[in-house]
Design a protein around this ligand. Structure first.
Ligand code: ADP
Length: 181
């Protein structure tokens, strides 16, 4: 019996589980969030149920030219996720795995909408694992109604005067309307 328990503990430790018992489980949800949509929010809500601490991290050093500044995007996310007590908003401009390590995160969350997301996300996840083997990437699927939703489409619709109220929070809708003026 004693040997069994001892062996069990050892194999748990080997898997890295023993070290983390009782520790705060932190996950990073990185992205451009230009702007945050209801699809992103759906993923954040799911992550907030699974982890103690969710850090939504705005990527600053993105090759994409964003419509909203880093500060605007952070403020939009903060307001949209205000009801979730365990969600923080931050920004990073270096390697994601370095940021995740600094935050003592165990995992990175990415959203998967369709097969078209898979190839890029798969490459990214494996590259991040190569750079930092201790940090896992977890994929989450949003509610079906959000699988067609992207920040890019929302921006295009808003730019052309379309109604985006079903896709973003009211304060984001207002910000998109302001951009047209
Ligand atoms: P990035 O520039 O990293 O793609 P995005 O803000 O577009 O940043 O997306 C951040 C993450 O959220 C990505 O993993 C993306 O696949 C996911 N995502 C984007 N839109 C949705 C959505 N409608 N439902 C679920 N996940 C989404």
């Amino acid at each position: 019996m004693g040997r069994f328990v001892e062996g069990g503990r050892k194999s748990l430790a080997r898997m890295g589980a023993g070290r983390d018992v009782g520790a705060v489980r932190t996950v990073i949800y990185p992205g451009s969030f230009d702007p945050i949509t209801n699809g992103h929010l759906d993923v954040i809500e799911r992550a907030a149920k699974l982890f103690d601490r969710v850090i939504v991290a705005v990527a600053v050093n993105s090759s994409k030219a964003p419509l909203f500044t880093k500060d605007q995007r952070q403020a939009q996310i903060t307001e949209a996720a205000a009801v979730l007590g365990n969600v923080e908003v931050s920004a990073f401009d270096g390697l994601l795995v370095d940021f995740a390590r600094d935050q003592k995160a165990q995992a990175i969350i990415r959203g998967l909408r369709a097969v078209s997301d898979f190839e890029f996300e798969f490459q990214l996840a494996l590259m991040n694992r190569k750079l930092e083997p201790d940090i896992e990437t977890i994929f989450m699927m949003p509610r079906e109604t959000y699988t067609f939703l992207s920040s890019k489409l929302v921006k295009e619709i808003a730019q052309l005067g379309g109604d985006v109220s079903a896709f973003v929070s009211p304060h984001v809708e207002r910000a998109l309307t302001e951009c047209r003026k």
